[in-house]
Design a protein around this ligand. Structure first.
Ligand code: KG4
Ligand code: ZN
Length: 336
């Protein structure tokens, strides 16, 4: 008999709902909250209000697209954390009421585990073999995780300050590009010369990352150039994007290569919003050739925040009978 999971994701600024039949996605509806763009970043209070407005229509659309009735659902999965408290509260409260009304099990999901386990969604592609390494790169996180099993993960490396997505977004802001900056930098970089300008990578021990110094050196570099030529950014936009992207991607990859070598693992995955970056994906492919890696890259929709990734964890927990209590409350900080 098939298992039908309704999943919702409301940890930040995307309201999303998905329906999965076992490990297959039947629908994955994502409402990107456009309200934040004018502020150049996510405004938590506006995010929770927008989730309140969106959650019922988004769930309704996910059920309709999947052609599934509420009564067919086996369980309700939701993001418990980490994320913005007000945003999480909307999802947690909705999930509890929904599960209670339908008398179905409630399943809590960790947002980062979900990014990583999204590789187990059936896309007619091979699944990673345990143990594998996952570079999890988003607006809030930058880490290398050793995945021993579905629910056995070890944090190998982490950022000590900004996340890679933040580095992209802050560089974009300095260049007067719209928020979120990552996809815009990626696009402009395609027409640019990545060797036009050089910025140095942080020198941090082990597998940890640091991106705050890069932002500062980018800012000072531009401040000096703009003194000489007020049109410097406009005239060099593509090259600036390509050059900053190169240093971010190379920093990410250097530590990943080191971890893979040291731990002798050749199953390598990437996940999170920044894994949509075209240069990051190309570098992964080149490294796979060089080091004989098997690589796992999410589709665009599965890389940024979405409820299908919550749904796959919901399914895996459902078959392992890992259910949550109706008294579950959100957590805002990472647990892994
Ligand atoms: O995983 P995600 O959707 O949300 C978080 O959990 O943070 O990641 C969002 C981040 C943003 O910083 C955004 O700029 C970045 O992912 N991002 C990209 C690209 N697409 C999204 N960064 C670089 N290149 C992209 N193509
Ligand atoms: Zn995320």
């Amino acid at each position: 008999m098939s298992t039908y999971i309704l999943a919702i994701e409301t940890s930040c600024d995307d309201t999303s709902a998905a329906v999965l039949r076992d490990n297959k996605v039947l629908s994955n509806v994502i409402n990107n909250q456009i309200v934040h763009a004018q502020y150049g970043g996510v405004v938590p209070e506006l995010a929770s209000r927008a989730h309140q407005q969106n959650i019922i229509p988004v769930v309704d659309a996910a059920l309709r697209q999947a052609n599934i009735k509420k009564e067919q659902l086996s369980a309700m999965a939701f993001t418990r954390g980490p994320g913005l408290l007000g945003s999480l509260l909307v999802g947690v409260s909705f999930a509890k009421s929904f599960a209670y009304a339908l008398n179905i099990p409630l399943i809590e999901v960790d947002h980062l585990q979900a990014h990583i386990l999204s590789h187990f969604i059936d896309r007619n592609l091979p699944f990673p073999q345990f143990p594998f390494l996952c570079l999890c790169v988003s607006g809030g996180h930058t880490q290398i995780v050793k995945v021993n099993d579905y629910f056995d993960m070890q944090l190998i490396g982490n950022t000590i300050d900004d996340a890679a997505g933040e580095a992209f977004d802050k560089a974009a802001k300095i260049l007067n590009l719209p928020y979120p900056g990552g996809p815009v930098v990626d696009k402009l970089a395609q027409e640019g010369n990545a060797d036009a300008f050089s910025f140095s990578q942080a020198n941090i021990a082990g597998y940890d990352y640091s991106f705050s110094g890069l932002k500062t050196s980018f800012l000072y570099f531009l401040r000096d150039r703009l003194k000489e030529n007020p049109h410097f950014i406009e005239e060099n936009k593509n090259d600036l994007c390509a050059s900053i992207q190169k240093v971010i991607v190379n920093s990410l990859m250097n530590k990943l290569v080191k971890a893979a070598k040291d731990l002798n693992i050749r199953e390598i995955a990437i996940a999170g919003g920044v894994s949509a970056n075209s240069q990051l994906q190309q570098t992964m492919k080149d490294l796979a050739q060089k080091h004989d890696w098997n690589i796992y890259i999410p589709s665009l929709q599965l890389s940024t925040d979405n409820a299908a990734m919550i749904g796959i964890v919901g399914y895996l927990k459902y078959i392992h009978q890992q259910f949550s209590d109706i008294s579950a409350t959100p957590y805002t900080r990472q647990k892994l």
